[in-house]
Design a protein around this ligand. Sequence first.
Ligand code: URA
Length: 262
Amino acid sequence: MSDPKPTQFGPNGEAIVPMRLQKFLARAGVASRRGSENLMTAGRVRVNGEVVTELGSKVDPTVDVVEVDGVVARLFDSSVTIMLNKPAGYLTTMSDPQGRPCVAELVPTDRFPGLFPVGRLDMDTTGLLLFSTDGELGNGLLHPKRHVDKTYHARVKGIMSEEQARQLSDGIELDDGPTLPAHVRIDRIAKGCTDVEIIIHEGRKRQVKRMCSAVGHEVLRLHRSNFGPLSLDGLAEGQWRTLSEAEVNALRQAAGMHEKAC
Ligand code: URA
């Protein structure tokens, strides 16, 4: 392993200094720090061809070649964005002073430090919630002028009429101003409730619940299935996955942002 060297800087101006091997592995997304230590002690990690089991060992990410089970591990030189299928009962926050369950418990913050939720879902809302370490992407997706479609499936109390659905799709007056036109489709009416699909292009606080309430219907259940071009697509409740570069670029495009160069 290399001798300590003067600080060098990565593509985003971040300092690159020799770092502990388990930190390198965690940053490279191989495993958590604890998991990386286990990989090291199991003799599965090589640096410049040599097996390294000593937990204090350091590497210089700019020159040392790190392999795990023969596969080269590289530091993420770009940010990470993940989607979570949020269960009900979790606050959209990274910590809660009152100790209530929060989404931070469900995503790999040890592996990807700096993750933050992109927007929010209410505690009782389920479904697709994005997290990113990329502030520019987060701001771009949430910017009020950029209208990324979000698809919700709401179960409301009572029978929603086609006229009420039309009012919602035309745009309705809320206390913070009128809503933009939305796509609203009644899917099913049963047992005194209506299942309705609502696609909105904005992201105001509690928007779907407030829209439904404005036409006299309480939302009993709310699920977000799609965010822009992304859908949950079989991701189980409580599970997360990282987005591919193509998915991140599709998101950027949906928000009218330029593609990110690799
Ligand atoms: N609209 C709501 O009312 N709640 C959510 O969680 C998301 C959108």
